[in-house]
Design a protein around this ligand. Structure first.
Ligand SMILES: Nc1ncnc2c1ncn2[C@@H]1O[C@H](COP(=O)(O)OP(=O)(O)O)[C@@H](O)[C@H]1O
Ligand SMILES: [Mg+2]
Length: 344
C-alpha cells in the first residue's frame, strides 16, 4: 500500500516513493566461537509516498530503523527488496548521471557531528567538498556560494578558516547544515540534528531549520525524539517500531490525541510526558511474558507488549498474521488488527 502524505489539496506527484522496501543486516555474534551471524531485519516491507513540501517527523525508539530508512531513501545503502523512486527515478535502475543527480538533490544531515565533520578539515573545505563533487563551479564561485550559505545558517566568513574542534556544538551543527545545503538540494533528511544540544541551542536550530525549509522550498524528513520540535516543524508524523511503520497521522491530530496504535501511545507518552496519567490508567505498559513473540515475519511485532492483544485475543490473529497499514481516515494510517475491528 502506498501512503500519501500530501500537504496541499492540489494533486501532485510524490517526490519520494518507497515501495515494499526491506533491509536486513548480518551482524557477527561475538559470543559464539563459530562464525555465527545474527540476522537483523532493520526495515520491514515499508511503503510510503512523500510529496514536495512535506516536512515529515520520523519517530521511534532507538534501533527501530529510522536511520536505515533515511539512508535507503538517499541511496547511501542498498536495499534487499522493494523500490525507491526519487522524482520518479528508481535508484536501482538509474544511470550513473541520474544517480549523481539524486545524490546532489537529496542530502543528509548526519546525527554524529564528530563523524560528519572531518577534524582535520577547515570549515571552508568541509562545506566546499560537496561542491567539488557535484558541481563544475569556478573556485571564485564556490567561495561566493560558501559565503552565502554561511550567512543562511547564521555564521559568517570569519568561520572559514576554523577547524571543527574550535567550534561550539551549535556552530558545528550549523556547519553540518551548510554542508548539506550548499549544493541546493530539494530533499533533506535530518537525522536527530538536535541530539546533544542544550535547550536554547535546540530552539535556535529549530528556528534555523524552519527558515531554510521555507527559503529553499525543501522537502524534509526530520528524525527526532523531541516532540516539541516535531510539532513546530512537521506537518506529518511517521511512527516506526521494529522496522515497521505502525502509524502515520497529521501532526496536530496526533498531538491532540488522535492515536490508535498502542506503541504510539507509549512512545508519545514518554516523549510528551503529557498523557502519562491517562495512559497509566489504560495500562498501556502491560508486558505479558507468556506471549511468545511472532515467528519471523509472521504476526504483529508488537504483540508481546500489546495491551490490546490481551483484551482482544482474536483467535491468535495478532500472532499469526502481520497487520497491514490501514487507512482509517484521509491522513491517518495504522498497522493494527484491533483498529477498525468489531472489538475496538
Ligand atoms: N551497518 C549495520 N550493521 C549491522 N546492523 C545495523 C547496521 N546499521 C543498523 N543496524 C541495525 O539495524 C537496526 C536499526 O538501526 P537504525 O536504523 O540505526 O535505528 P534507529 O536510527 O531507529 O536508531 C538496529 O538493530 C541496528 O543495530
Ligand atoms: Mg538513528
Amino acid at each position: 500500500m502506498i501512503i500519501k502524505l500530501n500537504v496541499g489539496s492540489m494533486p501532485m506527484n510524490p517526490i519520494i516513493e518507497v515501495k515494499n522496501v526491506s533491509k536486513f543486516f548480518y551482524r557477527k555474534n561475538l559470543f559464539f566461537k563459530q562464525q555465527q551471524k545474527e540476522h537483523i531485519q532493520a526495515v520491514k516491507d515499508v511503503s510510503l509516498s512523500i510529496f514536495p513540501g512535506d516536512v515529515v517527523g520520523l519517530v521511534g525508539e532507538s534501533g527501530s530503523g529510522k536511520t536505515t530508512l533515511g539512508k535507503l531513501i538517499l541511496g547511501l545503502i542498498k536495499l534487499n527488496s522493494g523500490n525507491i523512486l526519487i522524482d520518479n527515478i528508481d535508484f536501482k535502475k538509474a544511470r550513473t548521471k541520474q544517480k549523481k543527480q539524486i545524490r546532489k538533490n537529496c542530502r543528509m544531515i548526519y546525527q554524529s557531528l564528530d563523524a560528519s565533520l572531518n577534524p582535520g578539515m577547515k570549515v571552508l573545505d568541509i562545506i566546499k567538498e560537496p561542491l567539488d563533487i557535484h558541481t563544475h563551479l569556478s573556485k571564485e564561485d564556490k567561495i561566493k556560494r560558501i559565503k552565502e550559505i554561511l550567512i543562511s545558517v547564521n555564521l559568517d566568513e570569519t568561520f572559514l578558516n576554523k577547524l571543527p574542534n574550535s567550534l561550539s556544538g551549535g556552530e558545528k551543527r550549523r556547519v553540518s547544515i551548510a554542508r548539506a545545503l550548499v549544493v541546493t538540494p530539494s530533499i533533506i533528511i535530518a537525522d536527530e540534528p538536535l541530539a546533544s544540544l542544550d535547550a536554547s541551542l535546540r530552539y535556535q536550530i529549530i528556528i534555523l531549520l524552519q527558515e531554510i525549509i521555507k527559503k529553499y522550498s525543501l522537502t524534509m524528513i526530520f528524525i527526532s525524539h523531541d516532540i516539541s520540535s516535531i510539532s513546530h516543524l512537521c506537518n506529518k508524523i511517521i511512527v516506526m517500531y521494529n522496522g515497521n511503520i505502525v502509524e502515520i497521522n497529521d501532526t496536530k491530530e496526533l498531538i491532540n490525541g488522535s492515536i490508535h496504535h498502542p506503541y504510539t501511545k507509549l512512545l508519545l507518552s514518554s516523549m510528551l510526558d503529557l498523557n502519562r496519567k491517562e495512559i497509566k490508567n489504560q495500562e498501556i505498559t502491560i508486558i505479558d511474558e507468556n506471549i511468545i513473540g511472532p515467528e519471523k515475519n509472521e504476526g504483529c511485532d508488537f504483540v508481546s507488549n500489546c495491551p490490546l492483544y490481551l483484551k482482544f485475543s482474536n483467535n491468535g490473529k495478532c500472532l499469526k498474521e502481520k497487520p497491514i497499514l490501514k487507512e482509517i481516515s484521509e491522513k491517518h494510517l495504522v498497522q493494527c488488527h484491533y483498529v477498525g475491528s468489531d472489538n475496538e
